[in-house]
Design a protein around this ligand. Structure first.
Ligand SMILES: [Fe+2]
Length: 283
C-alpha cells in the first residue's frame, strides 16, 4: 500500500522576509501570511462591509454561489479596503512577482465575499481565465489576495488551493490529496498566482465566513473590474495619490493609458498622464 503526502501551503509571520515569501510564491504559487490585520482594523472592515453584504442578494450563477453574497467597488465604498489594497507588503509582493512582465502593476479586482451555510464548493479554476487562453503561460498575469475577516476553516468554506498547479498542463485534474484548504485565523491573507487552481470551499458549518478579495495585475492588461466606472474621477479625487495611481489613474507604460479631456477646441491638454486630473505632482 502506498501513502500519499498531502500538499501544503507555506504560512509566514507578517514580519518574515518578503524575499522568502516571493520564493515560495514562485515555487508553490500560493502562500498564507498570518495575522497581518490587527483586531481593531478587522472590526472597522466588518463595520464598513457588513451593510453592503447584508443588502446584497445571493449570486445567480453557480460560479458566484447560490448562498454567497458578493460586493464590488470597494475602493469607493470602503476606505479600510483601500488601505488593504495599498498595504506596502502586498504591493511589494505584487511588484516583485509581476515585475518581470510589466513596468507598472495595477489593482484588478475588488470584492467582499460572504459564504453562508449551505454553500457548495466552487469549481476549481485559474483566475487568468478572464483573459481567455491568449496569453502565454510564461507570463504571470496576476497576483491575488484573499483577506480573512473571519477564521477560515475547512468546514466554513476556506478557499481550496492546489499548490504547484501553476506549472501543470491545463487538462490535469488534481487528486484529493493535492487540494489544500487555506485555513487561517481572521486577519490573515492568502496570496496566490492567477495561474494556480483554486476555488471557494463548501460551507458545512453553522456560521458564515467573510473575506475581502483584492487582486493585482500587469499595467498593460484590462482590469477585471472597471475601476474608472466603479471609482470615477470625482470619487478618486479624495483618495491617497498612491492608491489612485494603483487603481489605474496613471499610465501603464510610456504611451499606454494617456488622457485627453473632452474639452472645446484648443482647450486641451492633449496626450497627458491621467494624474493631471488631480494635480498629482508625482505622476
Ligand atoms: Fe478565483
Amino acid at each position: 500500500m502506498t501513502t500519499q503526502t498531502a500538499a501544503a501551503l507555506e504560512h509566514f509571520e507578517p514580519n518574515a522576509d518578503s524575499d522568502a515569501m516571493l520564493e515560495a510564491l514562485r515555487r508553490d504559487a500560493a502562500i498564507v501570511i498570518e495575522r497581518l490585520v490587527p483586531p481593531g482594523e478587522l472590526d472597522a472592515l466588518r463595520a464598513e462591509l457588513d451593510p453592503h453584504l447584508d443588502a446584497t442578494p445571493y449570486g445567480e450563477i453557480d460560479f458566484h454561489g447560490n448562498h454567497t453574497r458578493r460586493v464590488g467597488a470597494l475602493i469607493a465604498r470602503s476606505p479600510e479596503c483601500g488601505r488593504l489594497a495599498a498595504h506596502p507588503l502586498l504591493v511589494g509582493l505584487a511588484e516583485g512577482f509581476l515585475g518581470p512582465f510589466c513596468d507598472e502593476i495595477q489593482l484588478h479586482f475588488t470584492q467582499a465575499v460572504r459564504i453562508d451555510p449551505g454553500e457548495s464548493a466552487q469549481m476549481l479554476h485559474r483566475d487568468r481565465g478572464v483573459w481567455g487562453g491568449y496569453l502565454t503561460r510564461k507570463i504571470e498575469t496576476q497576483l491575488s489576495t484573499i483577506w480573512a475577516l473571519d477564521d477560515f476553516t475547512a468546514a466554513n468554506g476556506a478557499t481550496r488551493v492546489v499548490p504547484g498547479s501553476h506549472t501543470w498542463h491545463r487538462d490535469r485534474t488534481p487528486e484529493p490529496h493535492e487540494i489544500v484548504p487555506a485555513e487561517m485565523p481572521a486577519g490573515s491573507v492568502l496570496v496566490y498566482s492567477g495561474s494556480v487552481l483554486h476555488g471557494g470551499g463548501a460551507n458545512t458549518a453553522d456560521h458564515n465566513r467573510r473575506a475581502v478579495l483584492l487582486h493585482y495585475t500587469l499595467g498593460w492588461l484590462r482590469q477585471e473590474e472597471n475601476q474608472y466606472l466603479s471609482c470615477p474621477p470625482e470619487v478618486a479625487r479624495s483618495l491617497d495619490p498612491e492608491l489612485r495611481r494603483l487603481i489605474g489613474y496613471q499610465r501603464g507604460g510610456i504611451l499606454l493609458g494617456f488622457y485627453s479631456p473632452p474639452t472645446a477646441p484648443g482647450e486641451g491638454p492633449e496626450l497627458v498622464d491621467p494624474g493631471v486630473l488631480f494635480d498629482d505632482t508625482t505622476s
